[in-house]
Write a protein that binds this ligand. Structure first.
Ligand code: NDP
Ligand code: HSE
Length: 428
């Protein structure tokens, strides 16, 4: 039984977990695939750095090309991150007939179609289960589990860092900055955590999921993105008071083959299962025409949960190697992409306004909603605890994005409105 040899690019949070699982579960793994799995070479930035696991010094290199060009390596496992240079490594590895396992959503969301096309040309596998929702096998589920159905909605918490931050702010009243630092030290956040908190990481994951679920090529530019950096404890308090939790939700909807995808902080009804997904946990809700509602839950980031998905991909590639069927599973999106217009995108909305505390203000505001045919579910006015303004909290019924944009634009020119403090989508 010839061993299967792995070249690892990266030995950080995820890479360390991959080594631990491959070594710790070797017996189970090799019995599943029929040969030992060996980590042959590992590229890191700094070979002198102290490692949290024992690693043979001779296996380390600071030159990723040494791993890519290594003649004995069958599978490249890319867990170092990066986009342009990393793409070069992956394309060259494929050119050399090596299979790829990656956790890199940035790369797959931006260059997935080029990489998958190259893989097909070279009859190689490219698996990227860990790139979305860490330890939840959601990519395999979309490709295989739902192959017979037509998916109409994918909705989820797909970023562990922001869910960790929002949970701590909600449950412990912790400050945003303090919790972000904690998430970074736990290895959840990206090298540049801006991509977590500004929603880009979640947007890339939603582009990957909706490409697979809707079988059309969803690009990052197709995803409307708003992050959590402007969320305040006050917003979270209001959400709770009204019976909601504030979550960074990715929502991808399909209706008559027209699709819309967004990532935004959303008020989720406390009785919806997604509202109780806390900490670094992720959850993806999938609705299919035939299957109805399904939901998948698990750790969305962190060393071992993410490495579990990476190593499961190594097993899948290795089984294909033994069967001689690599490169046949690539899902090539075939449907023409049609995006919904702002008139077709509907949601409920929460709006918090700071207004002059005087007669007739509420009437002016409700008049504007009426003008753009936005119907209101509830309106509450109360004095502001900290200044002489009044606060108006409004929840709308379903309204089109086009109408809501017009309402908010009109509000900007209304003298009695001091500040549009917050606007959030409402689910459930
Ligand atoms: P880390 O920053 O912890 O680790 C990156 C590793 O790559 C380090 O070992 C680093 O070397 C090495 N590296 C970076 N640049 C180079 C380079 N140019 N040449 C050689 N080696 C390099 O990242 P993570 O493990 O957290 O993330 C890795 C990938 O997995 C990313 O794409 C991330 O988005 C994705 N991911 C991460 C998850 C998580 O929970 N952390 C979850 C899901 C996906 P050195 O150790 O010497 O610094
Ligand atoms: N930074 C990402 C997150 C890692 O927090 O979800 C997992 O992709």
């Amino acid at each position: 039984m010839k061993p299967v040899k792995i070249g690892l690019l990266g030995l950080g949070t995820v890479g360390t977990g991959v080594v631990r699982i491959v070594e710790g579960n070797q017996e189970d793994l090799s019995s599943q695939v029929g040969s030992p799995i060996i980590i042959e070479k590992i590229a890191v930035k700094n070979t002198e750095k102290d490692r949290v696991i024992p690693i043979e010094r001779a296996k380390l290199t600071e030159d990723p090309w040494e791993v890519i060009r290594h003649p004995d390596i069958d599978i490249i496992v890319e867990v170092m991150g990066g986009i342009d240079q990393t793409k070069e490594y992956i394309l060259e590895a494929l050119e050399r007939g090596k299979h790829i396992v990656t956790a890199n959503k940035d790369l797959m969301a931006l260059h997935g179609s080029e990489i998958l096309a190259k893989a097909q040309e070279k009859q190689c596998d490219v698996f990227y289960e860990a790139s979305v929702a860490g330890g939840i096998p959601i990519i395999r589920t979309l490709i295989e589990g739902f192959s017979s159905d037509r998916i109409t909605r994918i909705m989820g918490i797909v970023n562990g860092t922001t869910n960790y931050i929002l949970t701590k702010m909600s449950q412990e009243g912790a400050s945003y900055e303090e919790v972000l630092a904690e998430a970074q030290s736990l290895g959840y956040a990206e090298a540049d955590p801006t991509s977590d908190v500004e929603g880009l990481d979640a947007a890339r994951k939603m582009a990957i999921l909706s490409t697979l679920g809707f079988r059309t090529n969803v690009e990052l530019k197709d995803v409307t993105v708003k992050g959590i950096s402007a969320v305040t404890r006050e917003d979270i308090t209001y959400a709770k008071r009204l019976g909601y939790e504030l979550k960074l939700l990715g929502i991808a909807d399909r209706s008559d083959d027209e699709i819309t995808i967004s990532v935004q902080p959303t008020m989720v009804r406390q009785n919806h299962p997604i509202a109780s997904v806390n900490g670094v946990f992720n959850a993806v809700y999938v609705h299919g025409e035939a299957v109805g509602e399904t939901m998948f839950y698990g750790a969305g980031a962190g060393e071992l949960p993410t490495a579990t998905s990476v190593v499961a991909d190594i097993v899948a590639v290795t089984k294909n190697l033994k069967l001689g069927v690599n490169g046949v599973k690539a899902i090539v999106p075939y449907k023409q992409k049609r995006l919904q217009s702002d008139e077709q995108i509907f949601s409920k909305n929460f709006i918090l306004l700071h207004v002059d505390d005087k007669a007739g203000v509420l009437a002016q505001i409700t008049q504007i909603f009426a003008e753009y045919e936005v119907s209101l579910a509830s309106v509450v006015q109360q004095p502001n605890e900290h200044n002489p303004d009044a606060e108006i909290i409004i929840v709308t019924h379903n309204a089109s994005k086009a109408s809501m944009d017009k309402v908010l634009k009109h509000f900007e020119s209304l003298n009695v409105i001091r500040r549009i403090k917050s606007v959030y989508r409402v689910e459930g």
